[in-house]
Design a binder for this molecule. Structure first.
Ligand code: ITT
Length: 202
């Protein structure tokens, strides 16, 4: 079946509604419409977020044949030699924020980084195209969920270097000014806007 899509429309395959809402807000700045494909694509275990994202986007594409992105993100803590990094989803599911704070209990160096890789694929490409973003910050001493209970995952324990609030204490718009994901999404959106203009000959 062929779909006739009007305007600039892409899809985001993710099982995480928070990620999708962040993406929707960033893409609206670029007048790109995004639809959520709510499924978890294949997520292999690998040390590289880029390899994971590329494999995921090809898996997602094989299921729906639509132009789409996936995103893989991870939190690296300096004092834990980069852990959990590409194993962030597993660490979050198993020990969670409380477990990570416990591991960091007597550690003074709280420096950490969030990384994001967006992978895009459509029929016009030979292979997936990747875009990276990262934000430096620190792991707080306790969870700071914010009054509206916003944020997800490690948001309550991550405070970007340029802020006195954790990601969970921010609105989506505030988080999008600083976050790893928003940076990767903007790089993608700039590229996408440029390549679709070339295709349309404008
Ligand atoms: P997908 O379906 O898109 O894969 P996911 O929630 O599984 O969604 P990831 O595998 O990319 O996302 O994320 C790995 C873990 O890192 C996961 O437990 C997330 O909750 C957490 N995480 C990712 N981005 C985050 C962010 O911006 N703030 C807080 N935690 C984040």
């Amino acid at each position: 079946m062929n779909f006739q899509l009007k305007g600039k429309v892409i899809f985001f395959a993710t099982g995480n509604i928070h990620k999708f809402n962040e993406a929707r807000e960033v893409f609206s700045e670029y007048k790109i419409s995004v639809g959520m494909l709510r499924f978890k694509s294949l997520e292999i275990q690998n040390d590289s977020l880029k390899v994971i994202a590329k494999t995921s986007v090809l898996d997602a594409f094989s299921r729906c044949n639509l132009p789409l992105i996936v995103e893989d993100a991870g939190l690296s803590i300096d004092a834990l030699k980069g852990f959990p990094g590409p194993y962030s989803a597993y660490a979050y599911k198993t020990i969670g924020n409380k477990g990570l704070l416990k591991l960091m209990e007597n550690i003074e160096n709280r420096e950490s980084k969030f990384h994001s890789v967006i992978a895009y694929y459509s029929t016009e490409l030979k292979s997936p195209k990747c875009f990276k973003g990262e934000v430096a910050g620190e792991i707080t001493r306790e969870e700071k969920p914010g009054s509206r209970g916003s944020g997800f995952g490690f948001d309550p324990i991550f405070k970007p270097a340029k802020s006195n609030k954790t990601f969970a204490e921010m609105t989506t718009m505030e988080k999008n000014r600083l976050s790893h994901r928003a940076q990767a999404l903007r790089k993608f959106a700039e590229w996408y806007r440029k390549t679709s203009k070339i295709k349309q000959g404008s």
